[in-house]
Ligand binder design. Structure first.
Ligand code: SN0
Length: 315
């Protein structure tokens, strides 16, 4: 594997699961792979889990790590091509990326959707430039349209907790005070479509995800109906794709609560975190025994390590 941007980059789903479960039990068995190799993690946006789990994963493999918070530590980086650079940003990605590539063997990059242009976001303008100019493997730590390290961990978590071959997995939109990217939802759907699970997406009208991610996945606009018989409830807010970047609803009627969870088949509750308590999900649900958000976050280290192992082994 050269780069890790989407589910398409892994050899196949079963192989990725096998690697993940192997590194989960043999965490320190592959330190020779990372000896004298360096990973740099570049953040254009905030992070807690991704930063710590990816660094830990790299260290488990014997790698060295460096972290750059672009907006705080480094020069502000220009990403527009052909621009007259007489404004605030002193350095262009066209120089910054190949320079960074000189100092490391793998680059992790986080660059959220900016919601200024649907075309810029959906063409992954920033990550594409990293792939084009870095000269070393690039790992998405959440791009504008996908969060593959999260979805890979979500998959491993569902595999660990499922009690039947074909669990009903429900991705539900939930309210939020801010306009959030579609990346986590897009990516979750993209990875789930590779499985045999029964996937249902529920959201208010106007929150339809991009057709290239949804394909023929079932949409149920009635949230309570979607919850019936579910084995996993995955909550996430996203801003509208069709009315790009807009908040069309803050309806607390979509908050995941105990009453709705009672409609499910004793479903596990999942969220990528960070989560707004009593907006996205009630305390009662996230603090219940059915909440697996911490186990889910724990698997971020596992799947980041699996990704780095596949890159270092060039499988
Ligand atoms: C990000 C998102 O894509 O939704 C990262 C999730 C892993 N979430 C946020 O930015 C939440 C920020 C907030 O104010 O709650």
């Amino acid at each position: 594997m050269k780069h890790f941007i989407s589910v398409k980059d892994i050899p196949n789903l079963q192989y990725a699961l096998d690697v993940a479960f192997d590194v989960k039990t043999n965490r320190f068995a592959y330190q020779h792979l990372g000896k004298n190799k360096t990973m740099i993690l570049i953040f254009f946006n905030s992070s807690l889990r991704t930063r710590l789990s990816t660094q830990k994963a790299a260290m488990n493999l014997g790698m060295n790590t460096m972290v750059l918070n672009v907006n705080e530590d480094g020069w502000q980086l220009e990403s527009e091509l052909g621009v007259v650079m007489d404004g605030e940003k002193p350095e262009h990605l066209l120089e910054a990326i190949p320079v960074i590539g000189q100092y490391c063997d793998v680059i992790g990059v986080r660059s959220f959707a900016r919601f200024q242009s649907k075309d810029d976001d959906y063409s992954e303008k920033i990550i594409s430039q990293f792939i084009q100019y870095a000269g070393v493997p690039v790992v998405s730590m959440e791009g504008a349209t996908r969060h593959p390290l999260q979805s890979y961990a979500d998959l491993v978590t569902i595999e660990e907790f499922k009690t039947k071959q074909r669990p009903k997995v429900v991705l539900t939109w939930a309210p939020h005070p801010k306009a959030l990217p579609q990346a986590v939802a897009n990516s979750f759907v993209e990875w789930m479509r590779e499985t045999a699970y029964d996937l249902v997406v529920t959201h208010p009208e106007g929150y339809e995800l991009a057709p290239e991610f949804m394909g023929d996945v079932k949409v149920e606009y009635n949230q309570k109906k979607a919850f019936e018989g579910a084995d996993f409830i995955y909550a996430k807010n996203w801003a509208s794709y069709t009315s790009y970047g807009q908040i069309l609803s803050k309806d607390f009627g979509w908050t995941v609560n105990e009453e709705k969870m009672a409609l499910t088949n004793d479903a596990k509750f999942m969220h990528c975190l960070p989560v707004r308590r009593n907006v996205v999900v009630t305390d009662g649900v996230i603090d219940s025994k059915n909440s697996i958000v911490i186990q889910q976050a724990a698997n971020r280290e596992v799947t980041a390590q699996a990704v780095l192992k596949m890159i270092l082994e060039e499988v």
